[in-house]
Design a protein. Structure first.
Lengths: 452, 478
């Protein structure tokens, strides 16, 4: 196992050989009882600092061992979290459930394994998580100089073991360093995030610097009243990340099956966006914490286009959705829902100092939350901006507006992508749950509203 | 004798003692188990079954004013000890450089054991009978009407038992067991190239009776009718200033979003500023937010409710909280930390989703207090207005001020009568405009189930929200 280490075993800690024994025991119990199984065991350690008003509000620490299992018998399927203490009983109960249900329309034979084990571990993160000493992080980030700030800083180490009846036997070990900071200056605020598999202190400091700069810039400008309408809009990476995650979700074949995708009826080759837009799922990007070399069915992952220069390249599949809708697995399993692991939006040619000039007249929006769909099948939605939002006239920010709402449809927004920056930022936070490398995005037409 | 027979209370008491001996001015150990069965039905056929038991210890310590939380799902004594040490280390780390030392306010701490006793326990029905019920609900539906077609119906049934033992260093000892049922469904439909969907959740505490009382077949049939009206019958919505009558479904959501959330004290003091945001109550000048008809209550103690509890996750006795009373801003929702900051007592609003979650300030069952109008009386003097019956889209800004609701099913009101349906009518108002525009309140209180998200890592907890029909005068539709 790549994660079988000689690290010190402390009282109460989960010993790696014990971890293997648990998986092996689960295998020996389940194998004679079912046609197919996948055992996915995970040991995760995480530590998190939460900040409010520039000070620590709580430090949290987690250590868990989880044993999850997919089983199939006579084309009936079930997904279970198995309690290690009650392993035999839990597995027998799971199998007896399947004897009482009918064949699942979702069933498909497990695909041939084609993944590989992987390791992407930053020793500094591993050591910090294992020791619980995060004091150096606060010092490294120089947070005491930021002023009134809230946010979160997290470090984690995840060890995983996947074993299946189809012959998959893979391990992965990955570290993660991510967080986000919201900086307040007077009535203004700015927020930014970062994510990495490494202790990438420069990405974190960049994010803090961006949040601070946005808050300061907005605090220098007057507030202006906003009139609802259709405008040219520049979206910051935090918003682009959120909206592109929704696009990637709609590209999951599972969302089509569940009747919740605006890509329903689309075929590979259809034009769905401006030719300026390229969106990829990049599980093999080692810098982003969604990095993985096998999916939950043991299929090897690969980087792939979801949208390439405006053209839809296909749905994300596991073996079940591929069978149901026609196609091949794309190595994006989830046992039920196919999913993207890391997202990357293609870069453009705008330089950072050209973005206001490119926008010329319109609004520059930097952060959002609470994205909700009026109609998943048509992609109509709204989302509320927060933090710095600038009115731009003649290529210069002239005022700030507050809590404007984007109320439009994603298919329309995809077609109005006019430009993207060269530089991209690694984003992950509350509203961007898939690690995403994203530029700024210039849109020619977006409907904006606000209560009058 | 413990309510939860595989957990020894004395082990938790000893653990809390260890926290105190090792320098914690406050210690709290919670055993927390969520046992869940889920059944997913796609177009009347079982897609799959899931069972999950999440169980472990969640431990909080305060050392030198710093707050630390640690969890483990290793239930051995060694596992518990290791997590105790991590909690203490976390608290020590959190104490560095802080100017405000965290304290727990005095509170009405309980030493009690309680459980919700279902009328019909989950074990009364084997899984195949539960599946049959869900399948029958699907089979009863009319799935097409000329060119209108329901393209998919997906149902997720979920039964859970939540068990907790909470011990604190200042004397709380609470044992509880709460069974719950919830059902989510999504219905998609199409008509002549137009498509729409309706997502809905029902839920309550109790046993199988929760499913029986909610009449899934009737709810889904009504939602298919709503989709039919939206896609086939409804016309473009009106714009401009008009009177509006909102259904209990929308009123319930509105009070959750614009009364409950902004009344959370941790949000007001900035602890959630980078996540769920702040509250307009942080900045608001004045004490009045609405008309005299506006009273909003959050009450965890409603029997059968989805957000039911009698003691919170810090061991504090639960009670009803009046968030808005006759249009005036009322009390805040507090846990013991925020109560200490505000110089008051906790009113029992600390909740944790599972053993991996710290208890934070949460709502339980939030509702608009009913009045005495019938629906007919609410609309009888409206010359030109809108009745919004169901919604799909909604959101609110991060200070809980600007909010938006888009109707899935809505009707024109003309000369006191419901007339033609309108599609996707959008109501976008501020919190003050919403509550000050209310001039009449119905007497028909209804509750709806939801999963409320907050915290970092995000925690989803079961809640109810509800209200009667209400009438708002002269609001703007865009």
């Amino acid at each position: 196992m790549v994660w079988r280490s000689s690290r010190k075993v402390e009282e109460g800690e989960i010993h790696m050989s014990e971890f293997e024994e648990i998986v092996e025991k689960a295998r020996s119990v389940v194998e004679p009882l079912v046609d197919e199984y996948i055992i996915l065991a995970n040991v995760k350690s995480e530590a998190m600092i939460k900040l409010a008003h520039g000070e620590i509000s709580v430090v949290q620490s987690w250590k868990d061992l989880n044993l999850n299992m997919y089983i199939a018998k006579s084309e009936r399927i079930g997904i279970y979290t198995i309690n290690v203490k009650r392993l035999e009983d839990d597995i027998k109960k799971a199998v007896s459930d399947l004897e009482k249900v009918e064949k699942s329309p979702f069933y498909a034979p497990l695909p041939k394994p084609s993944g590989s084990s992987s390791e992407e571990v930053d020793p500094k993160i591993k050591e910090a998580v294992e020791s619980g000493d995060l004091s150096f992080v606060i010092e490294d980030l120089e947070l005491k100089d930021v002023g009134d700030a809230a946010g979160m800083i997290s470090l984690s180490l995840s060890n995983e073991y996947l074993l299946s009846s189809s012959g998959a036997r893979y391990t992965s070990s990955i570290t993660k360093f991510n967080g986000y900071i919201r900086v307040f200056k007077g009535n203004s605020s700015g927020q930014w995030s970062w994510t990495s598999t490494k202790y990438n202190i420069s990405a974190a400091k960049n994010a803090i610097g961006m949040a601070k700069e946005l808050a300061e810039e907005c605090s220098k400008l007057p507030r202006t009243r906003f009139e609802p309408g259709t405008y040219r809009v520049l979206l910051g990476p935090m918003i682009v990340g959120n909206l592109m995650e929704e696009v990637a979700s709609a590209a999951s074949a599972g969302m089509v099956v569940f009747g919740m995708s605006f890509f329903t009826g689309r075929k590979p080759g259809d034009t769905v966006a401006s030719e300026n837009l390229t969106l990829k799922d990049v599980p093999l990007n080692r810098e982003l914490p969604g990095f993985r070399t096998y999916d939950q069915e043991g299929v090897g992952t690969k980087d792939k286009h979801i949208i390439e220069k405006g053209v839809f390249r296909g749905f994300l599949h596991n073996s079940k959705t591929a069978k149901l809708l026609g196609g091949e697995t794309t190595g994006n399993a989830g046992w039920i829902m196919p999913q993207a692991f890391n997202l990357e939006i293609g870069k453009g040619d705008l330089k950072n100092d050209e973005i206001f000039e490119a926008l010329r007249n319109g609004y520059f929006l930097t952060n959002n939350w609470y994205t909700r769909f009026q109609n998943y099948l048509e992609g109509t939605f709204s989302t509320v901006t927060r933090d710095a939002a600038f009115k731009v006239e003649g290529g210069k920010p002239v005022a700030c507006v507050e809590r404007v709402r984007i109320a439009d449809s994603l298919p329309r927004i995809l077609k109005s992508v006019e430009g993207l920056t060269k530089e991209r930022w690694p984003i992950e936070w509350w509203e961007v749950t898939i690690p995403t490398l994203t530029p700024y995005m210039l849109l020619s037409e977006v409907r904006l509203t606000v209560p009058q | 004798m413990s309510l939860i027979n595989d957990i020894e209370v004395k082990d938790l008491e000893e653990a809390v003692g260890r926290l105190s001996v090792n320098g914690a001015s406050y210690g709290e150990v919670r055993f927390h188990r969520n046992k869940i069965l889920s059944i997913t039905i796609m177009n009347g056929v079982v897609l799959g079954i899931g069972r999950e038991t999440r169980e472990g210890y969640g431990i909080r310590s305060i050392v030198s004013g710093g707050l630390g939380f640690a969890s483990t799902n290793n239930l051995s004594k060694e596992g518990l000890n290791e997590a105790l040490n991590r909690s203490l280390s976390a608290a020590r780390a959190a104490s560095k450089g802080i100017s405000r030392k965290i304290e727990m306010a005095p509170a009405r701490l309980g030493r009690a054991s309680y459980s919700v006793t279902p009328k019909r326990s989950f074990e009364d029905e084997p899984i195949d009978v539960k599946i049959s019920r869900l399948r029958e609900a699907y089979k009863s539906l009319e799935l097409s009407k000329n060119s209108f077609k329901v393209t998919s119906v997906n149902i997720v049934y979920r039964e859970s038992i939540e068990e907790k033992v909470i011990v604190t260093s200042d004397g709380a000892l609470i044992e509880s067991r709460i069974p719950r049922i919830s059902v989510f469904y999504n219905i998609s439909a199409q008509y002549e190239g137009k498509r729409a969907n309706r997502w809905f959740q029902v839920g309550g505490s109790g046993g199988l009776e929760v499913l029986e009382e909610n009449k899934l077949d009737k709810l889904m049939a009504e939602d298919i009718e709503s989709l039919y009206i939206n896609l086939v019958k409804a016309k473009s919505p009106p714009k401009g200033v008009m009177d509006v009558v909102l259904s209990p479904e929308i009123v319930g959501l509105a009070v959750h979003e614009s009364s409950g959330h902004p009344s959370e004290a941790d949000r007001i003091m900035g602890r959630e500023a980078a996540q769920a945001g702040l509250s307009y109550r942080t900045f608001y000048k004045g004490t009045r937010i609405g008309s005299r008809y506006v009273t909003v209550v959050d009450d965890p103690t409603i029997p059968g409710s989805y957000g039911f509890y009698l003691y919170d996750d810090e061991g504090v006795a639960a009670r009803a909280r009046y968030l808005y009373r006759n249009g005036e801003l009322g009390e805040l929702l507090h846990n013991r930390e925020t109560a200490s900051v505000y110089g008051t007592e906790s009113n029992g609003a600390a909740r944790a989703m599972d053993y991996r979650s710290e208890p934070i300030v949460r709502m339980a069952n939030t509702y608009f207090m009913p009045g005495d109008y019938t629906f007919e009386e609410l609309i009888e003097d409206i010359k030109e207005g809108v009745y919004i019956k169901k919604y799909m889209e909604w959101n609110i800004d991060d200070i809980r001020w600007g909010q938006r609701y888009v109707g899935l099913e809505a009707y024109i009101i003309r000369n006191g009568e419901l007339k033609e349906p309108v599609r996707d009518v959008a109501l976008e108002v501020t919190t003050r405009e919403f509550y000050t525009s209310i001039d009449a309140v119905g007497k028909d209180l209804r509750f709806y189930a939801g999963t409320c998200g907050k915290g970092e890592p995000a925690q989803g907890v079961p809640v109810w929200f509800g209200g009667p029909h209400v009438r708002l005068r002269r609001v703007r539709f865009i």
